[in-house]
Design a protein around this ligand. Structure first.
Ligand code: SF4
Length: 135
């Protein structure tokens, strides 16, 4: 299904190797739930570097683009910019809410959710919602 004209598009880094990356995903989904899919949608980041036509078509129609990255690597911002798009707001959780990056690859803990802080997800979601609603 195509994105309607004028929607905001969020590109989240969704980095599954770390708490910071996973938080971008959870917070972005919570932001969409709060604001509504009629106004905002999460883009397919992986489609940009491999030139997926529908991903470009939807992004071309975006009212504005917000990138949400977990750490200073800023994979989402760089990917979106490399695809030729201008970003209205870049959010980096390590910088903007002071998250400390923790590897989910190292260690032998079994639970994904034990590595995610609900308060950090909430803070990140609030920043994303603010960026969506800003004119
Ligand atoms: S920005 Fe950081 S957390 Fe996100 S995918 Fe890249 S390396 Fe992982």
């Amino acid at each position: 299904m195509e994105v309607k004209e004028g929607k905001t598009v969020i590109y989240a880094c969704f980095g599954g190797f770390s708490n910071t990356g996973i938080t971008t995903a959870l917070a972005s989904m919570d932001a969409v739930k709060e604001v509504g899919l009629d106004k905002v949608c999460i883009g397919c980041l992986g489609g940009l570097p491999v030139n997926v036509k529908s991903v470009y078509e939807n992004t071309d129609k975006a009212k504005k683009i917000i990138t949400v990255d977990g750490c200073p690597m800023e994979c989402s911002r760089k990917t979106v910019e490399n695809a030729g798009y201008q970003i209205a707001k870049s959010i980096v959780l390590a910088r903007d809410i002071g998250m400390k990056k923790k590897s989910l690859y190292e260690g032998d803990e079994k639970s994904l959710t034990d590595n995610v802080d609900d308060e950090e997800v909430k803070k990140a979601k609030e920043l994303i919602v603010k960026a969506i609603l800003e004119e």
